[in-house]
Design a protein around this ligand. Sequence first.
Ligand code: 3H9
Length: 692
Amino acid sequence: MSAEYKVDGSIAIITMNNPPVNGLGHVTRHAIVEGVRQALNDPAVKAIVITGAGKAFSGGADIKEFNSPKAFAEPSLHTVINVIESADKPVIAAIHTVCMGGGLELALGCHYRIASPGAQIALPEVKLGILPGAGGTQRLPRVVGLELALNMIVSGTPVASEKLAKTALFNTVAEGDLMTAATAFAHQVADVRPLPKVRDIKIDYPNYEAFLQFSRNTVTAMAGPFPAPLKCVEAVAAAVTRKFDDGIRFERDLFLNLVQTTESKALRHAFFGERAASKLPDVPEDTPIRPIKSVAVIGAGTMGGGIAMNFANAGIPVKILEMKQEALDKGLATIRKNYENTFRKGKLTQEKFDQRVSLITGSLSYDDIAQADLVIEAVFEDMGVKEQVFKKLDSVMKQGAILASNTSTLDVDKIAAFTQRPQDVVGMHFFSPANVMKLLEIVRGKKTAKDVLATVLAISKKIKKTGVVSGVCDGFIGNRMIEQYSRQAGFLLEEGCTPEQVDKAVEKLGFAMGPFRMGDLAGNDIGWYIRKRRYVEKPHITYSKTADLLCEMGRFGQKTGAGWYDYKPGDRKAYPSDVVNEMIVKHSADLGITRRKISDQEIVERLIYALVNEAAYILEEGIATRASDIDMVYLTGYGFPLHTGGPMFYADTVGLPNVVMAMEKYAKGRHGDAWKPAPLLAKLAAEGKTFN
Ligand code: 3H9
């Protein structure tokens, strides 16, 4: 039973109770229908109030059921809504906190709706690659008007209930106790007939055709590879152009088609992947969290400044420590300039601007940061430098403070061993620009305490990052994988590609940036520095020398005005470079390679399958907890196209046996040793299974 039924005088109250958000799963739908039937059969009952227990009215259809027959088992959500709408006693929705998707559709099927202020009202289905499939596209325009409804449905963005108070969506937005207001209202309308139905409301919008055409054009331009937004427009258009029941059938057909698309499956995967990432099997959900009321960041460079901004944006005071006044002043000035730019674009109020700037202060003395609850070092990526910093932190920081390193490749266990409190040491690997990129790789050392992990996971949510936990290994999840991708990109150059051809092939798939444009943005010298270390530590790993030759030419990327591409002053556009292309062709000749024409398909397969194979090792070694964590790393930190669901989901979609077969083909080419399938990949492929 996931809805409770009780009678209070002449009012029946049905309370959906399916934590965490009263998703309208099969059992809940059944319980609602049973409740309504009971109320209709009870002569003492004159009206029915439907509400939700806990922290939501309802978050909508139970998304977890979407891949199972339960999603459409009777009573379907349509049936539930029909039962409510055709009831001969008034049904009132008492809405609070969250009323989304199927939850809002259910409320729209009720005769009356009362809401608490501050309730989030949305039809967010588009964010899952679908559209409202239980009447939302037909009923919402009838109560809030065509334009607002279309905006809400195409964007999926929640609107606060009080902002909708003047629309026909709500009969009342009631201050005070919701249930008291709802039952009082139920008494008031108990004998009013006929019962109002949203389906009977006419949509009045002169010249709707012009508006709909304008919407189609705008949405087509913005939807990218996702089919759902345009289908939302078509469904809403049907609310104006078709009879109600016909519109409902049209909406349902569109919904059923969209649910089956890879794009929708990918978005649902990302939705659950994001939430799964915040859970660790051996860290119970009730693990106590250390309070983080103040933060310190060591290093006022681009990274340190970006990290500090995250905390200030969340209202947490941050002190930045630098060694020299000049560097500190420069760092603080850059932060101020960043906020000024946001303010100038109208994205920050004066009050917020003042607050954020004042939350970030600087210091030249470790003594000033000793009381911080969390300290994150963002100093030079060198073990010797980290050693100095962590020894110092160990001696000055208060007991219980969390000591975090922003290292992107170094061994967090070694860093922890520089202190007497390895349990308090953790990696917090931010991605550049740190105030923008969603990903936060949380690196769990062998001795990192569980409450430290729980705290860092919680704080990552607070600063609006997707926190993904990685074990310790060279490069952690993201950079360890990208190394294999970069190696393939380099080999492709030697074998016949230009940087532009490689970039375009993956950008066509939807990557934010191909490997060479990415290298130019991040700085090619960083990879050079890492490779030099690898040549000593892991001489068996082979790399294309093209990237080293590029760096020897001083072409570090945008920051030096030249990298894989040429750049013009004040222009970030990448122009193909004759000098670089000549260098690449000469290098192929030096190696005795006859350059060949390489297809986009080969480029994409080699780059992505290189990621996937390394990821399979990472999963097998327990560095990542689950395949979806790896997908989240790539979706939020490496510009992997969202509509493909991340590298692991992409491989699952292609079919793992197909991935392995392609790898076997590439194993016959140059550097064939890179294509030995990881045991986990080989096993899953052989068993016909998937990563996710
Ligand atoms: C729909 O309605 C289709 C219909 O039009 C047609 C049908 C025919 N189902 O986000 P949180 C879980 S499509 C199942 O961390 P918050 C979530 O997985 C649906 N589970 O909390 C997590 O579980 P866990 C349209 C759901 O307070 C837990 O709740 N609706 C659902 O930050 C907490 O989630 C949407 O798209 C669900 N519908 O935010 C709403 N929703 O603890 C999507 C949540 O095991 N949901 N869960 O990890 C949201 O936007 C946010 O979750 C919400 C709460 C605002 C509700």
